[in-house]
Design a protein around this ligand. Structure first.
Ligand SMILES: *Cc1c(COP(=O)(O)O)cnc(C)c1O
Length: 256
């Protein structure tokens, strides 16, 4: 048995915490997926997660996303060819940061989902570029600024349903739900309010049948607040620092 590195331990611990939060909320563990945010991770840490069988990864800038996706997909393919038992399926990369329209073309070939759609014009550009690239449907989430901070990207709560309706008419974009970011360091009541408000927008969209059966994701919760987010209905939690910070190079430095 290979030595357990601290990343593997943290990964297990976070998965246990997700399971516990699901149980508290009376939810199926399978209804929540962990998306590993790799912006603070060393390349060998990301490779280790791939070896552990992890499939969902995210970046918030285009350049590192494109670079990491290409490198990791290659690594992943080699592990699959080597018959590595834990590694299966394909890696899924999520774009979670503000996406400029002039970078859509560069981004789409690498992503399984764009979680950060925050305007009609961005959605239109994704639709146009997807058609040109021969991509049938790009799964997207609408980013809602539920914490109402001025400096934050995301559509206002009051405008979200209408924008969702417009996106739903685009042939090459598949609206799959909503994404939100709570204010950094907010207290628990404020966090819950942000997540609840986002879920209410989601429920309203469901009621209007926007996105149809495909509307099923609420991406909310990060390292400091994912348990609260799960209790409030999150299906995707985006976790970076709790996984990767404070143990650079551990995997490769460990004695064999
Ligand atoms: C960095 C980032 C995360 C992860 O944050 P942590 O607190 O490190 O878990 C999640 N979502 C977005 C949009 C991010 O930019």
């Amino acid at each position: 048995m290979a030595k357990r590195t601290s990343l593997a331990e943290k990964y297990d611990e976070i998965n246990d915490r997700i399971a516990a939060a699901c149980e508290r909320a009376g939810r199926d563990r399978k209804s929540v997926a962990l998306v590993a945010v790799t912006k603070y991770a060393a390349p060998e840490q990301v490779r280790e997660l791939v070896r552990l069988g992890h499939q969902d990864f995210a970046e918030n800038y285009v350049q590192p996303l494109v670079q990491r996706a290409s490198q990791l997909n290659e690594f992943h393919q080699r592990r699959v060819q080597a018959g590595d038992a834990l590694v299966a399926g394909r890696l899924r990369w999520h774009m979670i940061g503000h996406l400029q329209r002039n970078k859509v073309k560069q981004t789409l070939p690498h992503v399984a989902m764009v979680q950060s759609v925050d305007s009609l014009r961005l959605a239109e550009e994704i639709d146009t570029v997807a058609e040109k690239l021969g991509i049938e449907k790009v799964p997207v989430l609408l980013q809602v600024n539920a914490s109402e901070e001025k400096q934050k990207y995301g559509v206002a709560v009051g405008a979200a349903v209408h924008l969702g309706e417009q996106i739903d008419t685009m042939p090459h974009v598949q609206l799959m739900g909503l994404m939100t970011l709570a204010a950094y360091g907010a207290d628990e009541a404020t966090l819950r309010q942000v997540f609840t408000r986002t879920r209410e927008v989601f429920d309203e969209m469901k009621w209007h049948k926007i996105g149809g059966e495909k509307l099923r994701h609420l991406s909310m919760g990060m390292s400091d607040d994912f348990e609260i987010a799960i209790e409030e209905g999150a299906t995707l939690v985006r976790i970076g620092s709790a996984l990767f910070v404070g143990e650079l190079n551990d995997a490769d430095d460990a004695p064999a």
